[in-house]
Structures are given as structure tokens and as C-alpha cells.
Write a protein that binds this ligand. Structure first.
Ligand SMILES: C[S@@+](CC[C@H](N)C(=O)[O-])C[C@H]1O[C@@H](n2cnc3c(N)ncnc32)[C@H](O)[C@@H]1O
Length: 269
């Protein structure tokens, strides 16, 4: 791929999704876009770069999709879900019981669904704390391909064993020819929607708990700050924001303060 084609494609991906692809990752860009070149019958990366300004939304979405990293697994890092059980759900439930409103959870980079299903399982396991409260879970991601997998909730043996205990697997999943599928009642607890965090998302309404894990790492500092500001506007003052284990807000955003419970658990200020 010529440097010019690389620059144009990387700029396009950055503008569309926030995902930064430095020049030392040019090999990755090339490897991930090769199947798209074939799929759309294009003759070269230069032609692909030119086509990105043409009206084909399908090609643009395919390029963005290909550049996303959808790696995820059930109950990833464990601590966030322990904090969900011990801190977030009990505290927010008190608030909701007072107001009578629904408790709303947003999984803002849901990838192939393991995180929203882990959240839904946690909600079911906390049924006593949540008795009488309407709980809504929204799972969004920029990647249409990942969301399609998430909606189906179908995982192979390796995927289902990554993070799920045998007990949770048997309780919440059904074995079928292709692997294990989340039971209908679990899938029905989650609304899946495509959403680009780079675009306005005020239409989503307010949330009590936001899991935005392992997505900000792909953005530059200015984009992280903008996205975090947007998220802070969508949160109730008593709400909780959970970031990924390697993510920090230090020097990025003053819209949230860490809680005393954990350094990656934040509340709006
Ligand atoms: C590594 S996965 C994280 C999955 C899950 N949150 C976890 O921690 O296991 C990152 C996800 O962020 C999504 N993503 C990247 N840029 C995005 C954007 N601008 N808006 C929404 N989602 C985005 C990708 O499609 C990908 O599925």
C-alpha cells in the first residue's frame, strides 16, 4: 500500500470512529482491509481510498467495522462485576426505589456481547436487591458485525468457557449444534443498537450505570475527553461509570471523580 493510500484510509477511520492507527500499524490496516478489497471487487488500496468519499455507505461501514477490535470475554477482569454486585446495584437500587424510575444500564462498547450478557446475568443474580425495579440494559457498538453476533448470543465452546462458570453457562445458555446460545429470556433483557461514540448520543436518555471499557484506549486524548463529557451528560448524578482496567481519567477529563471503592469506578462531579 502506498503511504498516501495509508494516510487517507487512516485519516478516514480516525474521523469516522476515533480509532487512531499509527504508521507502525500500517501492516494491520493492510491485513484487515484485504478481504474488503476482494469483497467489493476493488483493484487496489488506492482505489479503496478514493472510494471512501463516494456515496457507498456500505463500503465505509465495512472499512470502519474491519478496523475495530472486538476482543471481549464474559465477566472480564471480574472486579467490575464484583463492584456491580457490591456497590453499584445496591446503591442505585435505593435511589430507584425512592424515585420509582427504571434502573438503566448502558454498555457503550458491547462488541460481540459478552459484556452485556455478563451484566444481564449479574442483574438476574441480584434479583433480591433489585426486587420491584424495572431494569433496562442498552448495549451499543459502532461495529455492525460485532453487534450481529451479540444479538444472536451464540458462542463456541472456547468463547463460552472464557469467563463463564459451568453453573452460569448451564443456567443462562442452551447447547445447540453450533455451540451455546444465550437463552431467550437473557437475550430479551438487552436492547442492542448500533452507536458511534463520535456522534451525539443525547437521544439515549439518562443512565444509572455505564460500562465503557476498553474502547477509549483507541482514541486520542481530545476524543476521549469529548466522549467522556458526552457520557457525563447522559448520567444521573448518583450514577457510576466503569472504565477498563488499563484506563485512567487522570489528565483526560474532569467530568468524573474516582470513587473510594475502586480507581476505575467513577461518578460524575
Ligand atoms: C476491545 S472491544 C471492548 C469490548 C468490551 N467493552 C470489553 O471490555 O470486553 C472495543 C469495542 O469498541 C468498539 N468501538 C470502537 N470505536 C467505537 C466508537 N467510535 N463508537 C462505539 N464503539 C466503538 C469496537 O467496535 C469494539 O467492539
Amino acid at each position: 500500500m502506498s503511504l498516501m493510500a495509508y494516510d487517507r484510509i487512516a485519516r478516514f477511520v480516525g474521523e469516522q470512529s476515533g480509532i487512531q492507527i499509527s504508521r507502525d500499524k500500517a501492516y494491520m490496516l493492510e491485513a484487515r482491509l484485504q478481504p474488503i478489497i476482494k469483497q467489493f471487487g476493488l483493484s487496489s488500496f488506492e482505489v479503496l481510498a478514493n472510494q471512501l468519499t463516494a456515496p457507498s455507505e456500505e463500503l465505509r461501514q465495512a472499512v470502519v467495522d474491519a478496523m475495530t477490535t472486538n476482543e471481549s470475554f464474559f465477566f472480564r477482569d471480574r472486579t467490575p462485576f464484583k463492584l456491580l454486585d457490591e456497590v453499584m446495584l445496591p446503591k442505585v437500587a435505593e435511589e430507584k426505589r425512592r424515585s420509582g424510575q427504571a434502573l438503566r444500564i448502558w454498555c457503550a462498547a458491547a462488541a460481540t456481547g459478552q459484556e452485556p450478557y455478563s451484566l444481564a446475568i449479574s442483574v438476574l443474580e441480584n434479583h433480591r436487591v433489585l426486587a420491584g425495579i424495572d431494569v433496562q440494559i442498552l448495549a451499543t457498538d459502532i461495529s455492525h458485525d460485532a453487534l450481529q453476533i451479540a444479538k444472536r448470543g451464540l458462542y463456541n465452546q472456547f468463547e463460552v468457557q472464557r469467563g463463564l462458570s459451568a453453573e452460569r453457562m448451564i443456567t443462562h445458555f442452551e447447547q445447540c449444534d453450533e455451540g451455546w446460545q444465550a437463552k431467550e429470556e437473557l437475550r430479551d433483557m438487552i436492547e442492542f443498537k448500533p452507536l458511534n461514540l463520535m456522534r451525539p448520543f443525547t437521544h439515549l436518555g439518562k443512565f444509572d450505570i455505564v460500562f465503557c471499557r476498553n474502547v477509549l484506549i483507541y482514541f486520542d486524548v481530545a476524543t476521549k475527553a469529548r466522549v467522556l463529557e458526552g457520557i457525563s451528560r447522559q448520567m444521573h448524578p448518583h450514577g457510576y461509570l466503569m472504565l477498563g482496567a488499563a484506563e485512567t481519567l487522570i489528565g483526560v477529563s474532569g467530568k468524573f471523580a474516582p470513587t473510594t471503592d475502586h480507581q476505575n469506578l467513577f461518578q460524575p462531579v
